[in-house]
Every structure is written in structure tokens, then in C-alpha cells.
Write a protein that binds this ligand. Structure first.
Ligand code: C5P
Length: 227
């Protein structure tokens, strides 16, 4: 038993709504929410800002170790990443950061660094953690695992809407192309590729409204953890 509750792992491809859904599930259960994608994005952003090579695993790990990471926990589902006291928000949605994050996420040293941070952040439970390898690698013993999927077209449509809502530029065709490439990179890499854990519940949300996905996960939680 974990002191704060169970671990709910949500994995799936780019732009499938893992963060939106995960935050809502966390809010319903009084759990914390952790986006591991934001960790990769934050490091990618810092590397871009520092002019560091995105291929240099050792230097990236050194950079990750030199900055102060903060993930406000227990402060509600809206948990953002701060680096050296700077709260990162919109800058992490930039396309250059998405691309760079997927690139550095291939590197073994970077992944190992993230793994340590992610395990530390989630081990006491009471957490919804989303990413690509949570159910397969970070917490293979998570009590509830969900693999959230949707067609690339549906994801591109949603992502365009989200970006526009943030006041950012969004061209559907470019986003679709980008999503397909990022999926290929995330699924095709050697280190902890994106894949469904054997014991994960598969949910195709292509034609499912967000609230139904949230309800379905909360229902799975109640069934597996009555009372
Ligand atoms: O989920 P999000 O799009 O924010 O993730 C950004 C990138 O970080 C992904 O494309 C993926 O390459 C990487 N990532 C990962 N493992 C995770 C979470 C994210 O490799 N657990």
C-alpha cells in the first residue's frame, strides 16, 4: 500500500489529451497530477535557451542536474514545472520545444535522469502521471494503467484548437504531419518506446468526448479500488 493512494498511469501518443484528461481525473479524486512530457519539454527548452547540442546526452544530463526542478505537489491538479524558480508554461507548447523534447527523449542518460525524478515524484501514490512509458517503465507496478489513443487526424484537430485558444499559430496540415512524425520517433526509439503495457486498459478516444474518457477512468478506479 502506498501512503497517499494509488498510481494511475496514463500513456499514449502526442496530442491525445492525456494532460487534459489526467488533470480532470486527478481533480475528481483529489490526487496530484504530473505530466512527465513537461519534464522532457522543460529540459529541451533549457537546452535550446543555453544553445546546447540536443545530441549531447552527457551535457544534457549535466544541465538537468544543475537546475532546480520543482513540481508543486498536493496543490491541486494544475501542476506546472518550474526550473530555477521560473514557472514554465506557454513556452513549453512551442513547436521547436515539442520537436526538441522528442529528440532528447531518445537519449539513454536523459531518460535515466527523468526516471529518477519521476519515481521520486510518484512513489508515495495519490497521483495521476501521464507520459509515454509510465505503465511500462516508470511504474510497471502502477495499480491502474490506461493507454489513451485516438486517430492522428482527431489529435491534430484538437491540438490546433488548443494552440489557437492559447493565441498561438496553428496550421492543421503541418500539425498532422508533425504528430505523425513525433509518433514514429516516440514509438520507434530504442529506449523505452511508446507502447501499451500489457495490463493497461486501452481507450480509443477518437469519437469520445473528453468528459466520457474522464468518467471511464474514474469508473475503472472505483471498480478496482472500492471504498
Ligand atoms: O507528452 P508531451 O507531448 O508533452 O511529451 C513531449 C515528448 O517527451 C514526447 O514526444 C516524448 O518524446 C517525450 N516523452 C517521453 N516519455 C514520457 C513523456 C514524454 O519520451 N514519459
Amino acid at each position: 500500500m502506498r501512503p497517499n493512494g494509488i498510481i494511475i498511469a496514463i500513456d499514449g501518443p502526442a496530442g491525445v489529451g492525456k494532460s487534459t484528461v489526467g488533470k480532470l481525473v486527478a481533480g475528481r479524486l483529489g490526487y496530484s497530477f504530473i505530466s512527465t512530457g513537461k519534464m522532457y519539454r522543460a529540459l529541451a527548452w533549457k537546452a535550446l535557451e543555453s544553445g546546447l547540442s540536443l545530441e549531447d546526452d552527457e551535457k544534457l544530463v549535466a544541465l538537468a542536474g544543475a537546475v532546480k526542478w520543482e513540481f508543486p505537489r498536493g496543490s491541486g491538479p494544475e501542476a506546472d514545472v518550474s526550473l530555477d524558480g521560473r514557472r514554465l508554461d506557454l513556452e513549453l507548447s512551442e513547436e521547436r520545444v515539442s520537436k526538441a523534447s522528442s529528440g532528447i527523449a531518445r537519449l539513454a542518460g536523459v531518460r535515466l535522469f527523468m526516471l529518477g525524478m519521476q519515481r521520486e515524484a510518484g512513489v508515495s501514490g495519490g497521483v495521476v502521471m501521464e507520459g509515454r512509458d509510465i505503465g511500462t517503465n516508470v511504474f510497471p507496478d502502477a495499480e491502474l494503467k490506461v493507454y489513451l489513443d485516438a486517430s492522428p487526424e482527431a489529435r491534430a484537430e484538437r491540438r490546433s484548437g488548443q494552440l489557437r485558444a492559447q493565441g498561438l499559430e496553428a496550421d492543421y496540415a503541418t500539425i498532422l504531419d508533425f504528430i505523425i512524425k513525433r509518433d514514429a520517433q516516440d514509438s520507434g526509439r530504442v529506449n523505452n518506446p511508446l507502447r501499451k503495457a500489457e495490463d493497461a486498459h486501452y481507450m480509443d478516444s477518437t469519437a469520445m468526448p473528453r468528459d466520457r474518457v474522464v468518467d471511464a477512468i474514474v469508473e475503472l478506479y472505483k471498480v478496482s479500488h472500492p471504498g
